[in-house]
Design a protein around this ligand. Sequence first.
Ligand code: HEC
Length: 83
Amino acid sequence: MAKGKQVYVRHCAGCHGSEGTGDGYRILGADPANLTSPAIQNKSDAALLSSIHQGKATMPSWNIRLSQQDARDVLTYVRTLAK
Ligand code: HEC
């Protein structure tokens, strides 16, 4: 969890916002997903891990920057953001 938060703050908060609500930096007008929303939280771990790893739309792919373990840790953290 602590590790996941570290990864999140370093790599994700810039776009998704420190609370995960998607209020960070908007690139090319695309809204970073609101990670606290049911639409995201209702997706399976596998689906979210795959988005995190492959990237999605304008979100960059993280598979060269994050290890499998980092991706799982950050997903654990994202799960704690659910409202
Ligand atoms: C450069 C900005 C940017 C960064 C950095 C970023 N994201 Fe995203 N993210 C986006 C955008 C934009 C979307 C929405 C993509 C779409 O569905 O159009 C998104 C979508 C998502 C989704 C939803 C995927 C789905 O299946 O709907 C998750 C989960 C996610 N990001 C997690 C992360 C995590 C974890 C990190 C850090 C490792 C991260 N993002 C870093 C911009 C970013």
